[in-house]
Ligand binder design. Sequence first.
Ligand SMILES: Nc1ncnc2c1ncn2[C@@H]1O[C@H](COP(=O)(O)OP(=O)(O)OP(=O)(O)O)[C@@H](O)[C@H]1O
Length: 372
Amino acid sequence: MNPSVLTPLALPKPPNAVDVSCHNLVKRFPDGTVALDDVTIECPPGGITVLLGPSGCGKTTLLRCVAGLETQTTGTMSIGGRDVSAVDAGLRGVAMVFQNHALYPDKTAEGNLAFPLRMAGVPKRERARRVAAIAELLQIDGLLKRRPGQLSGGQRQRVGIGRALIREPDVLLMDEPFSSLDAELRVEMRAEFLALQRRLGMTTLYVTHDQAEALSLADRMVVLRAGRIEQATSAEEMFRRPATSFVAGFLGGMNLLAGTLDDGTLRVPGHPHGLRLPALPANGSQNLTLGVRPEDLKPGPGGPDDLSFEITTMLTELLGRERLVHGHLGDRRLKVRVHADVPVGERLTVHAAAADLHLFDHDGARLPGAGD
Ligand SMILES: Nc1ncnc2c1ncn2[C@@H]1O[C@H](COP(=O)(O)OP(=O)(O)OP(=O)(O)O)[C@@H](O)[C@H]1O
């Protein structure tokens, strides 16, 4: 990787970066499918807003609505304060990068890069200048005479990004751009893209269903579920304090266990005495969901202020330095990250500190509790 691409992280954002906002967007397809159900989001100027969520939750549809490739059924959107709800795709100042590159197979890399400029009537000399500049920026200047079939997946995606950037869009829309690349290249391209985005400062909406990618890129993270926004906040806040049990399970693979709260004592299966949590409401009884991350469960019984469980180990996965142990707690499955190998089919006692517990009410909404 060219260090000059990675260093300018501290460059100031261009003063003309625009915000993107969508208000009450509904998208109903002719067959009745409601892909977006009253979506309102604000994407900060010059930042990366990551749209995350399971397959079919509406991520691509939202991106296509912002691009103008799809018309929303109701709702409005604006770019840089301008209402673009009814503006043609080509006049919105947005460019899109697709997962499958969508390059023209019979054009060279150079021809693909120059294509949007030719369409816009940019004179030949200026086209050549901008193609050379973008090719240098993306380190594909040695590949310009090749056709897509003669390029690797990563090189093709660089051309795809270059073709989107060459028109100097205000807004860049990326739909799982690196998901077809192998794991190592994906991580490298992601870091390169982040550096490039920081350098150029274009407002970016980035779709992924890869939570590691989402956490590493997002200035603002939006989790969608069945066409609705489940939570929208900074990546760090979402990881630290997921607003719902759905977000908790999706982001970081939190263990979720059904439990009850009796007069301030949390009871979960496998835990004989319950755990008294001062922050919890001290009267009445309610069903709730307890969340704890695999890495927050430690082997051993812990102390009196910890919640401990005895699980039966089922299988272990090597993650590198650590292992992910899959176990049973009653009829629930539980994952624990450990450093040493653990025999399968044995009892294992693990504990979590009260501060690492997340609690959700019976509707899945976060309860202020242990770790808050
Ligand atoms: N043209 C269409 N006609 C009818 N339904 C559609 C159409 N396009 C998408 N959908 C539906 O809208 C919903 C949202 O689809 P969308 O492609 O936005 O999801 P996604 O979150 O991007 O999923 P993935 O991660 O699998 O790409 C899905 O139920 C999908 O089947």
